[in-house]
Ligand binder design. Structure first.
Ligand code: MG
Length: 452
């Protein structure tokens, strides 16, 4: 099976197989050409394969005359913020985010520190495929400079947010367990929490790339964190994925709450400070509808993917945006998912309201999301099935933002084609897990009946 995944935001593959150094060098040459031999920020998460990728990428960037600023091991949002500060012409982050350790990947961004939009991505791919490389002669080769200030700058930027009150947080003496999965978050999150005046208990905070758990911070992967929160009687537990653009929460009752709550709680807090539009994806929880109603602000929904959310946020001047995966975007910092800022926001929220995290969660109407998929033999069949779904559900006035979404009073089901796997995804949400499960299963049955 070909494990190489090329998407709008970058490339992912398996080390020793599809994540090939020659492919990386070619992509770096394409980006160097795209960035017109300008300034490019390079950084990576803690994966042990990162150093191999770094050398392959440096070669291509130097060959195209780029001025490389290498920030070393840093979270993706930290790297992108540094690129924004430096007004760099592009950036490359070496990470496979929440994928298991055998994977690695590269993500590209443009000058403003935002991931590529679809047009920019198409242009980069065109250069990559056409081989229109702008290789430089010996006297115009690029250079590499190390920069170890990205973490400090990111922390300073977060602490300068008008609603972060370090004195108040300090006075609360919050006890926090932070689980970085030995990923890139290790270099910043424990430090930030200490600067906020929390008592910090570290779990997997060595950026050595040896992941003690699955790097996706889904509740089922956080048993060790839950145990530590319980044992140490902590106020809250946090978990990142390997590049720390996501944040998951474990409550004071030592329960890993659904990743959906990260965006829900963070936007509830942001809207209490500044009212304005909010952007979510079409498969983000209905709890966001509740939050938007609570603050009387418009909620826009986009196709799944951070790039889509960011694009819409910029268009409508949103005050916060995100996805149900635990990725939240704070435009005051930059337009990318930022698990580090999210952490500070949740801590401020806790300090300010004086309630426990489980009390905050209990104030929000409860919903449950079920995510399933149907394996499909080829893309053509997937397209046919999607067309059939649109026709079949036409009378129910479906939302076609991303696939076919049938919205009920207190539930929805969304059918969409995956961009990265030969599957059709069926997600549903309802007030209980049982109801959501029934809705998901009955929809899958209908689709399977068309497959014969
Ligand atoms: Mg990530």
């Amino acid at each position: 099976m070909d494990t190489l995944i090329i998407s709008v935001s970058g490339v992912r593959g398996i080390v020793g197989e599809s994540f090939h150094p020659s492919l990386l060098t070619r992509f770096a040459i394409a980006l160097g050409t795209f960035a017109k031999s300008g300034k490019v920020v390079l950084g990576r998460d803690s994966r042990t394969s990162g150093e191999m990728a770094r050398h392959a990428l440096l070669s291509g960037l130097i060959a195209t005359g780029c001025e490389v600023v290498d920030v070393g091991i840093c979270p993706t949002p930290t790297i992108l913020l540094r690129a924004k500060n430096l007004q760099a012409d592009g950036s490359i982050t070496i990470t496979a985010s929440h994928n298991p350790i055998e994977w690695n990947g590269i993500e590209f961004a443009v000058s403003c520190g935002s991931l590529l939009n679809p047009e920019q991505s198409a242009e980069l791919m065109r250069i990559y495929e056409s081989g229109e490389d702008k290789l430089m002669p010996q006297d115009k080769l690029g250079s590499v400079k190390q920069d170890d200030t990205a973490v400090e700058r990111h922390i300073a930027k977060i602490l300068s947010l008008p609603y972060i009150d370090v004195r108040l947080i300090k006075s609360r003496r919050l006890k926090v367990v932070i689980d970085c999965c030995n990923g890139a978050g290790s270099v910043i999150s424990p430090k930030l929490l200490r600067q906020l005046g929390c008592e910090v208990i570290e779990l997997g905070c060595h950026p050595n790339g040896k992941f003690p758990r699955h790097p996706e911070p889904a509740p089922e992967h956080l048993s060790q964190l839950c145990e530590l929160v319980r044992m140490r009687d902590a106020d809250i537990g946090f978990a990142h994925d390997s590049d720390a653009d996501r944040l998951a929460i474990v409550s004071d009752k030592a329960e890993a709450i659904s990743n959906e709550y990260t965006f829900v709680l963070a936007s509830d807090f942001i809207l209490s400070k500044q009212k304005g539009p909010v952007v979510a994806t079409s498969s983000t929880s209905m709890m966001m509808d509740y939050i938007a109603r609570k603050w009387d602000v418009p909620l826009y929904r986009t196709k799944v993917g951070v790039g889509n959310v960011v694009g819409k946020m910029q268009k409508v001047n949103a005050v916060v945006g995100g996805e149900g995966t635990g990725g939240v975007i704070f435009p005051e910092i930059h337009h990318t998912t930022d698990g580090i800022t999210t952490l500070a926001v949740i801590i401020q929220q806790l300090a300010e309201c004086g309630a426990t995290i489980s009390e905050l969660v209990s104030e929000i109407p409860k919903y449950s999301i079920i995510k399933k998929k149907i394996e499909i033999s080829n893309q053509q069949l997937a397209d046919d099935l999607m067309q059939k779904a649109a026709q079949y559900f036409a009378d129910e006035n479906p939302d076609l933002t991303d696939g076919v979404k049938i919205i009920g009073k207190d539930s929805w089901v969304n059918i969409r084609k995956s961009g990265t796997e030969p599957v059709i995804r069926v997600f549903s949400e309802a007030r209980t897990t049982e109801e959501a499960g029934k809705l998901c299963d009955s929809t899958i049955k209908i689709i399977q009946s068309w497959m014969g």
